[in-house]
Design a protein around this ligand. Sequence first.
Ligand code: ZN
Ligand code: ZN
Length: 554
Amino acid sequence: MAGVKQGDWVVAAADQVIAEGKRRGPDSPLVCASGVSPSGPIHLGNLREIMVPHFVADEIRRRGMECKHILSWDDYDRLRKVPAGLPASFAEHIGRPLTAVPDPCGEHENWAEHFKVPFRAALAELGVEVTEISQTEMYASGAYREQILHAMRNRERIDAVLGRYRTKQAQTAEAEPDDDEGDEPAGNAYYPYKPYCAACGRDTTAISSFDEGSTEIRYSCQCGHSDGFALSEGNGGKLVWKVDWPMRWAYEGVTFEAGGVDHSSPGSSFTVGSQLVREVFGGQPPSYLGYSFVGISGAAKMSGSAGGAPTPTDALQILEAPLLRWLYARRKPNQAITVAFDQEVNRLYDEWDALGRKVAAGQAELTELAVRERSIGSATRTLPSTELVLPFRTLASVVDITTGDEEQTLRILRDFTSDPQLADLDQVRPRLDRAQAWVAGYLPADERTQVRMEPDRARLGQLSPTEREALKLLLDGLDEHWSLPGLTSLVYGVPKLQAGLALDAPATPELKAAQRSLFSLLYALLVGRDTGPRLPTLLLALGTERIRTLLSVA
Ligand SMILES: [Zn+2]
Ligand SMILES: [Zn+2]
C-alpha cells in the first residue's frame, strides 16, 4: 500500500518523526511509544494513547520504512486507588506494584493482567500491532540498573530541574494527577528513586541514605520496617514517574509519543522530561502531540462495564472495528471526539457509510480518501468488513421488531435488498451482530418496539372517513409497492392520492400535516405508540398479512 500523500495530521506527524530520525543519525530507528497504566479498566480515552502513535507508525510503514510501536505497560506503578465497581477490600494493596496485586476475578495472573487481557484483544481486533514492554519485567530484571545509578548520582541536577517547575506550579497552583510522585521537597533529601518495602511490598518508603561508593540505599517504611540494599545488585524499586519517563525516551530511543493534554501544558511532565532527558540522560525528547478528551454519549444508560467508563471492548460490541478506527483517525489529536452508545450511533454509521459511498463513487477528496484508508486497515492488514451494507438503523429496527429471530430477520432483510439479494445473514455480519448488541444493551426498554398482537378495535371503530380512506389506499397499494423505496413513496403518497394528486407530487404544508397525522395513526394501530421505527422499515418487517390484520376495518 502506498503512503497516503494528502496532508492530514498523520502525514504531518509522520514527516516530523522521519525528520527527527534523520537528525539523530542515519541508523537511528523510528520508535513510536505509548504508555498505559493497567490500574483499572482501560477506557476509550486511554485508547487515544495508542491510536495516535499507531496512525503515525502506520503511515511511516505505508511509506515502506520500518517503525516500531512500543506499548509500555506501566505495571510496576503503585496501585493508587481501587477503581469504581471493584471490591473496596483491594484498598489493602494500595502502594504495591500493579503486578503484585492479586487478580480481582481469579482467572488472570495478577491485577495488571486482568485489565491488559481484554485491551490486548481489542487492539488485535482494531488491527493495531504493538511491541509490549512490561515495566515490571524491565525493572525486575535490572535492565535499568545503570540508568538508576546514573539518576541517583545526578539527583541534585534532577532536583534542580524539577525545582524550576515547582516554583512555577506553586505560583499557578496547578497540579497534575501524577504529582504525588517525584516532587518531594527540594533539598538534600531528594531521591529520584523509590524502593518497594521488602516487608509490606508498598512504596510508602523514604530513603534515609545513599552511599555512592557501595551504591547502598537505606530506607524506612511507614509499616515500621527499615532495610537497605545495593542498587548495583538489587532491583526492588523504580524511578519516580517524572524521571522514569525521560529515562525511557533515552533507553528506547523514542522518536514519537503522544500524551493527554494534562501532560502537555507548559510546566507539565513533558516539559520537565524534555529537560531531564537532555540534561541528565544525554538523549533527545521525542516529537510529541498532545491529545484531547474522548467523550461518551449515552454512557449513563450503559449496560457494559460495571460502573466505570466504557472500554474499547464495549465499543467494539456495537461499532465495526473500521468505524472505531475512523473516529480516532478523522479528528486532529487536539480535538475532542465522541463515541456514541445512544441513538447517535445511527448517525455515526450513516456518516461512515456516506464516506464509503463517496469513495466508491470516486468523488472523495484526498483527505477523505486518506482517512478511509487508515480506517479500513493498516499497512499490513485489511480488517474484516460487512459484505452487504445496510444502514445500521435499519438492522437495529429489524432486530428490535423481530426480537432477534433469525428466520424472520432473514425474510425481512431480503425485502430490503434486491441487487444482490441477501442469501445468508452472514452477508450482513458483523454489522448485524453489532445492531443486535446495541438493541439488547443500549436501547432503553421504553424505546423498544412492541408490535400489537391484536388489532386496536376501539380505535378502528372511531376512524374518520378520511382515516378510513387512507388505510384502504395504503392496504390496496401494499403489494404493488412492496420494497423499501416503494413503501416510502406509498406512505408519503397516500395523503397526495386523497387530495387528487399523483404519488410523486411535491409536498405542501397541508400535505405534510396530513402525512404527520397518518403516521401517528399508523404507529398507534401497529405498535400502540405515537412514534417508532421508520414506517417503511416497520411495514416491511411486519409483512403484508400482519399489516392487514392490524389495519383492516372489520
Ligand atoms: Zn481477572
Ligand atoms: Zn513496609
